[in-house]
Design a protein around this ligand. Structure first.
Ligand code: WT7
Length: 658
């Protein structure tokens, strides 16, 4: 069918590709919270001023302390409680009935979650945790789908000073076990089951299957979510609703040091062992609250905000839970993905709730592009006034589509660069003050010192590619890797010393305005649909299969997901690769790590290219997978390996096409 609208759109986008900068739309600027991007002369004083927006139990008299580099602290003599700032403060101001979340379930269920309800539930849950022996400093795991209880669980932990350790619901129970073990969690909050695209997935029974032998895990609280049958261990397991009902409705918040750990969040690193990123309270809340308000130009009385991430990632922690609640915002919380029950569900919900601020990932935008503009255009999105992206560089075409089709050409787009480690947004544009350039994240936020350096730590000239670095401490920075101080220093503060944080991304800046263009990771971390995966972690999962001798994993450029997992696998003995074995290995990886780590492509290799010292040369594997001419192979122990592999890849491609 000839589709004239999409043809027009195509031509229009083509023309827009010529436009390099987009000024903030006039209508937007008139009411913007920030109209000028003014980096403060004194960044520490700037953040100290922002910290005063929080409700402290004891006001801090100091801001940054750099006496023990790189273990920086912020506001260390202040005391505070995160749940009070997210809830009690608003309820005390008479906002108990304000909706914090319009929750929408996959099956059409709706729940309006008010600040008052959250406060009551949070206090009960906090008491329930205490009654099970959870004390200040004890780690509590959370493995829940996108239901309102996940917010209650996090804030209940914060109320009593028990650092939470949330594991993304898409990770396998095996990953949960590993993360509970690393963090010596004393309790886990999970659910009987989860709704996934119209089906029900068992959660508790999978957790049971691998959690048995963790003796530090004394309690499992189970949210009844789907009615899925599961066994309850009388000594260890309790139903969430029963525990909350039995608990007192009031729980005095713990008075915590600003540097008390708020949470640990595991993320992928260069080695197979995930890194437990540790965030503390006062500085984290300060920067998350400030950025959420000013980057999204939030007017809590009028706006309806929606961040489409999952709470299991840092984006969910900072910009679904803490940021919006600190600012008293009203959000949409959607249980499912973008394509179920239909591919227009996001836009249907945006129209229904009158969403004004929408924050998502480039990979989702690319998927929507593929599904067609009509699915967006059939909904009334006229309330939208700002769009955001996060997770990976956005290609200009997707940016323009987002701007035109979703934003109707009237909404500024903020491309926000940050990481699990940074805790909050670091580089972006302030939407009422700065122009946007499709594909560039923008400039460092006020009070943030981001630079592009060379190997020696000298700033490169604008226009030249180099390594992204952060030269001054910032309030929401990670305070360490949980129980791995040495690895923390080694990973982030050994390249240029203890003052300068190594980001792990390559980048360059524009000569005229210093706009940052993030190019990608410099380590063995790959980015699949905005999710960070460790090649080493996937390799060990594959190798743990009895039929596999060796594996090398690379990120291959992919139109839909940015990068895709591509695995080169050497089998044991004379075993031959087959479609069945490929399927088996993919499932094996799903069970070990989670579905999103499953290789999209698998290549059977008799041998892998290695240096004489035995290091696998992933660069060459990337060249092969992406069909490039091979670079220098002289350092290889056995140069013939490459010829054999090239043959295999061509064979696989011919198979795929035929
Ligand atoms: C890595 C961090 C921050 C929440 C989501 C991911 C890449 C993130 C952007 C962006 C280009 C980006 C970087 C970064 N990244 N945002 N706007 N433009 N690249 O958090 O899992 O800790 O991953 O994601 O490579 O280092 P994460």
């Amino acid at each position: 069918m000839a589709d004239t609208t999409s043809k027009d759109l195509g031509t229009e986008l083509e023309e827009l590709l010529e436009v390099e900068t987009f000024d903030p739309p006039e209508g937007f600027v008139a009411d913007a919270l920030v109209k000028e991007h003014e980096p403060p002369a004194d960044a520490v004083a700037f953040w100290a001023e922002q910290a005063r927006e929080l409700e402290w139990i004891r006001e801090p008299t100091q801001a940054l302390d750099d006496a023990n580099k790189p273990f920086f602290t912020w506001f260390a003599d202040g005391t505070i409680n995160a749940s009070v700032n997210c809830l009690d403060r608003h309820v005390a101001a008479g906002l108990g009935d304000r909706v914090a979340f319009h929750w929408h379930g996959e099956g059409g269920e709706e729940r309006d979650i008010t600040y008052g309800w959250l406060l009551e539930q949070t206090q009960r849950a906090a008491n329930a945790l205490r009654s099970r022996g959870i004390e200040q400093g004890d780690v509590v795991g959370i493995y829940l789908p996108m239901v309102p209880e996940v917010v209650v669980a996090m804030l209940a932990c914060a109320r009593i000073g028990a650092p939470h350790n949330v594991v993304f619901g898409g990770f396998s129970a095996g990953s949960v076990k590993e993360r509970m073990e690393f963090s010596q969690a004393k309790a886990l909050i999970t659910a009987d089951g989860a709704r996934r695209k119209g089906k029900t997935a068992p959660v508790k029974s999978e957790v049971d299957a691998c959690m048995g032998d963790l003796d530090h895990l004394e309690t499992i609280l189970v949210v009844r979510n789907t009615g899925t049958e599961c066994e309850m261990d009388a000594d260890r397991d309790v139903w969430w609703h029963e525990a909350l009902e039995a608990a007192e409705p009031e729980c005095a918040p713990a008075e915590l040091d600003a540097e008390h750990p708020l949470f640990i969040l595991y993320t992928s690193g260069s080695t197979a062992k995930p890194k437990g990123i540790l965030h503390t309270t006062g500085g984290y809340l300060t920067q998350v609250a400030w950025t959420h308000k000013h980057v999204f130009d939030l007017k809590p009385e009028e706006d309806v905000y929606w961040c489409s991430a999952d709470v299991g990632w840092i984006t969910g922690h900072s910009y679904i839970v803490y940021g919006p609640l600190l600012n008293g915002a009203t959000s949409v919380m959607w249980e499912g993905g973008p394509d179920h029950p239909h591919k227009g569900i996001w836009w249907e919900l945006c129209a229904k709730r009158g969403v004004t601020l929408f924050y998502t990932a480039p990979t989702a935008i690319r998927a929507c592009m593929k599904w067609g503009a009509e699915l967006v255009q059939e909904h009334d999105l006229s309330k939208l006034r700002l769009l955001g992206t996060v997770g990976e560089p956005i290609n200009p075409k997707a940016w323009l589509w987002y701007w035109k089709v979703v934003g109707g050409g009237r909404c500024p787009i903020v491309d926000t660069w940050w990481q699990t480690e940074t805790g909050a947004i670091m580089v972006t544009t302030l939407p009422g003050a700065q122009h946007a350039k499709p594909g560039s994240a923008g400039t460092p936020l006020p009070g943030i010192d981001v630079a592009v350096l060379d190997d020696d730590g000298t700033e490169v000239e604008h226009g030249t590619q180099g390594l992204l670095a952060i030269r001054e401490p910032w309030p929401s920075m990670l305070r360490g890797l949980y129980k791995e101080d040495e690895r923390f220093v080694e990973t982030y503060f050994s390249k240029w010393g203890k003052d300068t944080y190594l980001v792990g991304d390559a980048a360059r800046r524009d000569a005229e305005d210093g706009y940052v263009w993030v190019i990608g990771r410099i380590d063995d971390v790959i980015n699949v649909s905005g999710h960070r995966m460790s090649t080493a972690e996937i390799e060990s999962a594959i190798v743990s299969h009895p039929k596999v001798a060796e594996a090398a994993v690379i990120g291959q450029a992919d139109e839909d997901t940015g990068q895709a997992v591509c695995a080169f696998v050497t089998l044991e003995g004379d075993l031959e690769g087959s479609d069945d074995l490929e399927a088996e290995l993919r499932e094996h990886v799903a069970a070990k790590i989670g579905k999103l780590a499953r290789p999209k492509r698998m290549i059977w290799a008799d041998d892998l290219p290695k240096t004489r010292s035995g290091k696998i040369m992933r660069r060459l594997l990337r060249d092969i997978a992406e069909g490039r001419a091979l670079g220098d192979v002289t350092t290889l122990r056995d140069p013939d390996v490459m010829a054999q592999l090239e043959g295999k890849v061509k064979e696989a491609q011919a198979d795929g096409e035929g």
